[in-house]
Design a protein around this ligand. Sequence first.
Ligand code: PRP
Length: 183
Amino acid sequence: MQRVESEVDLDQILITEDEILGCLARMGKQITADYDGKDLLLVGVLKGAVMVMADLARAIDRHVEMDWMAVSSYGSGTKSSGVVRILKDLDTDVAGRDVLIVEDVVDTGLTLSWLVANLRSRGPSSVRIASLLRKPDAMQMEIDVDYVGFDIPNSFVVGYGLDYGERYRNLRCIATLGEQAHE
Ligand code: PRP
């Protein structure tokens, strides 16, 4: 396993690197088929979606453009605040475009439901969502995630873009944190 300085904090590996890459390969194939003849714009949500974007985009066998948004959804620590602010907006005009939001995790759904409404107000042809992870038990907003990698339990997970205090994003797998590592 990849060594990370603070791996002593990790509890257990939930999803291995091979499982992640296999899943994104299948998702990319499906997206390639579904967007045949369309003008696809991938919108990654910083920072967590960086790894998903890199591997999903390369699994899509057609022209895509990529753009990024940064929004704040968490106040501090590990709880969703429900407050969403744009920290960095798109560089691209999405009017008439087929937009696919790329996320690492849909947790409460608050960020995504806000983001979908915000992007829809800009006049795109379509807005859909692809997320590597979804936590069904944490959902507070009904939200359709069009492409889901894995449904996972409502526990705090890190790795493959997901952080705790900005650490662990560079872990190749998805893992749970030990109790002592997050309160
Ligand atoms: C995470 C994740 C989503 C959001 C999901 O981002 O990338 O954007 O939380 O949570 P929700 O469904 O409860 O709204 P976070 O705010 O942790 O920022 P980061 O991607 O920079 O780590």
